[in-house]
Design a protein around this ligand. Structure first.
Ligand code: UDP
Ligand code: MG
Length: 332
């Protein structure tokens, strides 16, 4: 190797990768090869060397076998394997921690987020934005009910939460190193990613794109999981529901007080025998309902405190492979 090549080589070794594309996956054996080819094709368009970080979230098919064989001549390919299925949020957190690039893009292995958007995101980043969020303008291949519930969720969340979470923006976004450093410092066990990624703020830009239907395999989300995510999103980013319980308590107590005055006056002045079985039942059920709801709500927060206080690791990495660019000296 010549001296010039040697110095070039060592320079590249020390410079952080230009981009890190973080791909968490769970049983995506069908789409992973297409995903890898598409990512390499896009990353090759930039003059600098980048990095792809794959995180196997405990897949039970042959996804890990396939990922182990992925290489690139210009980019580093890393593959992390978690010890079991920890869920997408934890897998993504593992990837964000492992990523070393100057900017990081989370990317779904099912190719629902078009890789073609990456150059546009990079352009916006280079023009001075720290976060480039990709907003879906239409949800192709999703049912009316899913679209409706998603809209309801964002509306409730933005009304209740403190972080500025934009509607229809998923994990697909570009984040500058300084944003990622903040995100990596957030230790909470309840990983509501949309909220965590929005929390640091910085200069943000929203671009719109069309989200494609899945190319193969099926989504691992169901309504139960989505419902849990919604509760998690709201309770981990806002204590306003607790205040809502207090307000509901105040309103019912006040109404009960006024109503009791009316009943008392009626009885004392007109000697009206109080025949109020239906109204009594309604009041008892109403107050009982509000009480149970408030206790449940309190329980949500106490449960969260319990989980946070255990301070368990978010995920466990079982294998960590790193394949540097195969013929680096020719391509710097
Ligand atoms: N995923 C994961 N762990 C899981 C579930 C999903 O790493 O427990 C990955 C999945 O393989 C995909 C991404 O997270 O790469 C998004 O998942 P999916 O397509 O099921 O969700 P959606 O696109 O409906 O949000
Ligand atoms: Mg998907």
């Amino acid at each position: 190797m010549t001296r010039a090549l040697m110095s070039n080589y060592s320079q590249t070794q020390h410079r952080p990768p230009f981009l890190s594309v973080v791909v968490p996956f769970f049983n995506e054996s069908d789409t992973l090869p297409t995903c890898h080819t598409a990512l390499i094709e896009i990353l090759d368009r930039f003059p600098h060397s980048s990095e792809i970080v794959y995180i196997d979230d405990g897949s039970s098919d042959d996804s890990w076998l396939k990922v182990q064989g992925f290489r690139s001549d210009r980019h580093t390919v890393r593959a992390l394997r978690l010890s079991r299925n920890f869920g997408k949020e934890c897998a993504l957190s593992a990837g964000l921690k492992a990523a070393t690039g100057q900017a990081v893009i989370p990317f779904d292995a099912d190719l629902q987020d078009p890789p073609d958007c990456i150059p546009v995101m990079v352009e916006a980043w280079q023009s001075g934005f720290d976060v480039v969020e990709m907003q879906r303008n239409e949800r192709l291949g999703e049912t009316f009910f899913k679209r409706f519930t998603a809209k309801l969720f964002y509306k409730t969340l933005s009304a209740l939460s403190d972080a500025d979470i934009h509607e229809n923006v998923g994990d697909f976004r570009l984040m500058d190193r300084k944003v990622i450093d903040v995100v990596n410092q957030m230790p909470e066990r309840n990983r509501f990613m949309k909220g965590l990624l929005a929390w640091p703020g910085f200069r943000r830009k929203v671009l719109t794109f069309q989200r494609a239907p899945r190319t193969a395999g099926s989504t691992k989300w169901n309504y139960l999981k989505l419902g849990q995510l919604a509760i998690e999103g709201i309770t981990s980013f806002s204590t306003k529901p607790l205040r809502l319980a207090t307000v509901a308590g105040l309103v019912t107590s006040f109404s009960a007080f006024v109503y009791s005055l009316i009943v008392l006056t009626k009885t004392i002045i007109w000697g009206d025998p109080v025949a109020g079985y239906p109204s009594m039942l309604i009041v008892i059920l109403l107050i009982g309902g509000i009480q149970l709801l408030s206790i449940g709500l309190l329980g949500e927060y106490v449960g969260r405190l319990f989980l946070e206080s255990k301070q368990r690791p978010l995920y466990v990495v079982m294998e960590d492979l790193s394949h540097p660019p195969e013929d680096l000296p020719q391509h710097t």
